[in-house]
Design a protein around this ligand. Structure first.
Ligand code: IDC
Length: 461
């Protein structure tokens, strides 16, 4: 998606440059300050639109873009901007990360339109969006639209994801469900994550997503930041090469206050987001399982960390952990959902996480989760069919209840875990990774066969 956007931009730049050469009427120097609209995809009944604001001036620009939509065309979800609407007139202003545009720089925001029309009468800070400084010949070509992705991998079929309403949507605006596996802690089980095991996950299990579980403590990131960052970078490339989405899991666990690791998280996510910002398959999970802290501490952490990510990668979906080990507070006083609703994270394009272990987490958890799905964008980044220790007997019928609920509401899920640890929740029997014997079903534990069958079924993309 971002690659296509830069292509659109450079074509517009080329047209502008050609105009300048041909007419040579401008007082040279300053370029135009503009807001350029493009439909980056169009699926008949609606489209995804994007404005690019270019600051051609010599001082920082705080922008406001307003336009009208023709009747019959309505505004849907939007991102990287705030919106005020009056009938068909819509006014957008920037967010903390893109409200101010440096000279020569650009900012973008996007939205979904329903219907066939396009914006008209665009104004940037009250004057025409086509520019105020330099007269140029308006481009005569219509801006190119994104060609639908080709290929059959999950990323080829869906492209850059975004949160639309309470759903996770693909680049065509369709609500989708991703299903896949989480690695075990990379400090312990990297031997289970390699070209061969990821080929099996992508091509035999048909997984849409892999969660890269990087612990911070317990021998994780804090012991070797550069080494773990390099490892995650490598795994992201491997996931990308196989057309899978990658969840970068900041696997904080103990201490349970995410703020304990805030400075580390800023460093890590700044590096990951700046390196992978042009990819369309990265999701950022910023706090695996907070515990022992009030929602306000988690929110404060998220409010500080998300702008660091967005400054690099404005369109990546961010996943936020919830109270009491991402149980939405069900392992605490049960009020987690109402606290989030009363004081949501200060960002768009985010989802909240819920974790469950089917043999430990009964109807009360299921009902808490069902309630949350109706009110918040939810993503299950970790669950097991066994007990919360990741071990013990499986409760497949309870797990199926959760899966049915998630299928019904297209809630994405990731199962714990793709390793050969001795516990019942590791999909492979011990010794599988050393033997490199990932293919087929011979080395799967009961939880492994069960979940493989449920990841392999056809996607509804
Ligand atoms: C477990 C691992 C185990 C490790 C323990 C503590 O299976 O080897 O000793 O963590 O780090 C979670 C956590 C996840 C847990 C998993 C199973 O996110 O790290 O893994 N679980 O207990 N939350 C609920 C369960």
């Amino acid at each position: 998606m971002r690659r296509t956007r830069s292509l659109v931009l450079s074509m517009v730049a080329a047209v502008v440059a050609a105009g300048l050469t041909l007419h040579a009427v401008s007082p040279a120097s300053a370029a135009a300050t503009t807001a350029t609209f493009a439909k980056v995809s169009d699926w008949g009944s609606g489209w995804q639109g994007e404005y690019t604001i270019t600051n051609g001036g010599t001082s920082a620009l705080t922008w406001r873009v307003e336009f009208d939509l023709p009747s019959g065309t309505t505004m849907g979800s939007y991102w990287d901007a705030l919106l005020t609407s009056s009938g068909q007139h819509h006014t957008f202003t920037g967010r903390s990360w893109n409200a101010s545009v440096a000279p020569g720089a650009t900012a973008k925001f996007g939205f979904i339109g329903t219907g066939a029309g396009a914006p008209t009468g665009c104004k940037l800070n009250g004057v025409s969006c086509t520019g105020t400084t330099t007269p140029t010949t308006p481009p005569t070509t219509t801006p190119p639209t994104t060609t639908p992705p080709t290929g059959t991998t999950p990323v080829a079929r869906n492209g850059q994801l975004r949160v639309c309403g309470k759903q996770l949507c693909n680049s065509r605006g369709k609500a989708i469900q991703l299903r896949g596996m989480s690695t075990h802690g990379l400090q312990w089980y990297s031997s289970c994550v390699n070209d061969a095991s990821l080929n099996v996950l992508a091509n035999e299990w048909n997984a849409d997503v892999v969660r890269l579980s990087m612990y911070i403590q317990e021998g994780g990131y804090e012991t070797d930041p550069a080494g773990f960052t390099a490892k995650v970078n490598d795994y992201i490339e491997k996931a990308t090469a196989r057309g899978m989405y990658a969840i970068v899991d900041w696997h904080m666990l103990s201490p349970g206050d995410p703020n304990f690791n805030l400075a580390r998280a800023k460093t890590f996510f700044q590096q990951i987001a700046s390196r992978h910002k042009d990819k369309t398959n990265i999701l950022y999970e910023i706090a695996n399982e907070p515990s022992g802290v009030h929602w306000s501490a988690i929110k404060s952490y998220a409010d500080q960390l998300i702008p660091v990510i967005r400054a690099q990668d404005p369109d990546g979906v961010v996943l936020v952990g919830t109270e009491d080990w991402s149980s939405l507070g069900a392992s605490g006083d049960g009020q987690g959902v109402s606290r989030i609703l009363a004081s949501p994270v200060n960002a768009t394009n985010i989802m909240y996480t819920f974790h469950f272990y089917a043999a430990s987490h009964d109807d009360y958890y299921l009902n808490t989760f069902r309630d949350a799905i109706a009110k918040l964008p939810m993503f299950v980044t970790e669950f097991g069919t066994q007990e919360a220790t990741g071990d013990g007997p499986n409760n497949f019928s309870r797990a199926q209840q959760y899966l049915d609920l998630m299928a019904q509401h297209k809630v994405s899920w990731v199962n714990w875990n793709y390793s050969d640890d001795m516990r019942s929740g590791a999909v492979f029997t011990e010794g599988t990774c050393a033997a490199g014997a990932y293919s087929g079903t011979a080395r799967l534990k009961p939880a492994g066969s069960w979940i493989r069958d449920r990841i392999r079924t056809a996607d509804d993309f």
